[in-house]
Design a protein around this ligand. Structure first.
Ligand code: FES
Length: 455
């Protein structure tokens, strides 16, 4: 219904209330003036939601001072794309961060050319092209998705791992932590050998080191160090003059991989600061050498060591670490635009109008197993067969408690736009405007074959 209304130019709202009062049946509605630029609400609505986005109309709309901040920023985003000659698809007025297209669609075989023990529980794999075709140089902070079979006779497992080395078009390094009960991590530690072939996606993701000259804080906990390490390498490779703060939390020295590598990178930076926190240092750990403080990395510790509040903050670590630091940074007054974070579970769900429920680990849906195409939720590590009783991929994700974002649920608002790693979907109903290339709208799509979704 929402889709039909928008498609037919009836957005469902017609007035902006400037002064509240009582309105009742029988009251006369009188137009007392025309708004500037003579654009109706329906035209404004179509300018954002329907294809076309005429530059002249956008400029006209932006001259209307009554336009709210939200609509204004949407139109500015559309205008910006038009003025910069950007040819990216999708609707930047609805979804602000459309990640760049990955270097290849789906998966390609890569060869394990080295395997390194980094610490008690972290192992790195070096992956190179297995067929002579060059790789695609990722951006510092991006990740790749591996498709490998940890359990014979079971469907392939999908896992996302950040690239942990300086961006390269020749080789990728990933660094994998063995977690208790973790099937894929254990398989990589115990079974994967040099010479093995592993299927991998191209580097992807929008958590990347942004250019700039201001101070930068790389803040990580545990294995969340990996994307930060790629960023640190990139900064060190160009001897960046930026002020760089390396803040890392670990249990103790036996669970602190890459210490030497980080030290070498920091040594290549003229304005580097280090603050390593060990929550349970052992007698072998030397204060001031192996670590700088006992306890957890916190916003109070950032303030204590003089980290500038105006810096760009990059965060990656366990969920509790991320939540505490995000909250703390916001309370400190750090602008949300300067806080970027990566999490390898699904992102936070956005389900307007629905009472929040406690987080549940994603799981196969209840009831009989489907017989349709395989739908894989890569971040959730879940493979599920499609059943035609689901209206959309969104409904299937919800049945699995995979965190999702939505608003209109009929292909209008693009809130549910999600990157797809391989495969494709059909739409019923068709979205008002197609999503960006390499993404799908969950709320109105059905798999056309096996599909792997970055969710
Ligand atoms: S397009 Fe609005 S929720 Fe999918």
């Amino acid at each position: 219904m929402a889709s039909l209304l928008v498609a037919h130019g009836r957005p469902g709202f017609y007035f902006r209330v400037l002064e509240e009062g009582e309105v009742e049946a029988g009251d006369e509605v009188v137009r007392i003036s025309r708004g500037p630029e003579n654009l109706s609400i329906a035209e404004i609505n179509a300018l954002l939601y329907k294809p076309g986005h005429s530059t002249a109309r956008l400029e006209q709309a932006l001259r209307i001072t009554a336009l709210s901040a939200g609509w204004r920023s949407s139109f500015l985003a559309l205008l910006d794309r038009a003025h910069t000659g950007d040819t990216t698809s999708g609707n930047p007025g609805l979804v602000s961060a459309v990640e760049p297209q990955p270097g290849w669609q789906g998966f390609r075989p890569l060869q394990v050319t080295d395997k390194r023990h980094e610490s008690d529980d972290v192992t790195s794999l070096i992956l190179e092209s297995s067929d002579g075709r060059p790789l695609v140089r990722g951006r510092p902070g991006q990740f790749i998705v591996l498709r490998l079979r940890a359990t014979p006779a079971a469907p392939p497992d999908l896992r996302s791992y950040s690239l942990s080395d300086v961006p390269s078009g020749d080789r990728y390094r990933i660094s994998v932590k063995r977690n208790r009960g973790g099937v894929v991590g254990s398989h990589i530690h115990d079974n994967v050998q040099i010479g093995d072939i592993i299927e991998a996606s191209a580097p992807r993701g929008s958590f990347v080191l942004e250019p700039g000259g201001g101070p930068i804080v790389l803040l990580s906990g545990g294995i969340g160090v990996t994307p930060m390490l790629a960023m640190l390498h990139a900064l060190a490779a160009e001897s960046s003059p930026r002020e760089v703060w390396w803040i890392h939390g670990a249990r103790n020295g036996s669970e602190h991989p890459f210490a030497g590598e980080v030290g070498a990178c920091l040594g290549a930076l003229p304005r580097a600061h280090r603050h390593i926190c060990f929550s349970s240092p052992t007698s072998a750990d030397r204060p001031g050498v192996d670590f700088d403080a006992s306890g957890h990395a916190s916003v109070d510790s950032l303030k204590g060591i003089g980290t500038p509040r105006a810096a760009a903050f990059y965060l990656c670590g366990p969920p509790a670490f991320m939540t505490e630091l995000r909250t703390g940074l916001a309370a400190w007054g750090v602008d949300a635009k300067r806080i970027r974070s990566e999490s390898f579970g699904g992102g936070p769900a956005v389900t307007p109008g629905i009472v929040a429920t406690p987080y549940r680990q994603p799981h196969p849906p209840a009831g009989a197993t489907g017989t349709g195409p395989m739908v894989s939720f890569a971040r959730s590590g879940l493979n599920v067969r499609w059943k035609s009783t689901y209206q959309s991929v969104l409904e299937l994700a919800e049945a699995c408690d995979v965190p999702v974002r939505w608003s209109c649920r009929t292909g209008v608002c693009h809130s549910c736009q999600t990157p797809v790693i391989s495969g494709g979907v059909d739409y019923r109903p068709d979205p008002i405007e197609p999503p960006a290339d390499g993404t799908i709208l969950l709320c109105c799509s059905q798999p056309e074959g096996d599909v792997v979704i970055d969710l």
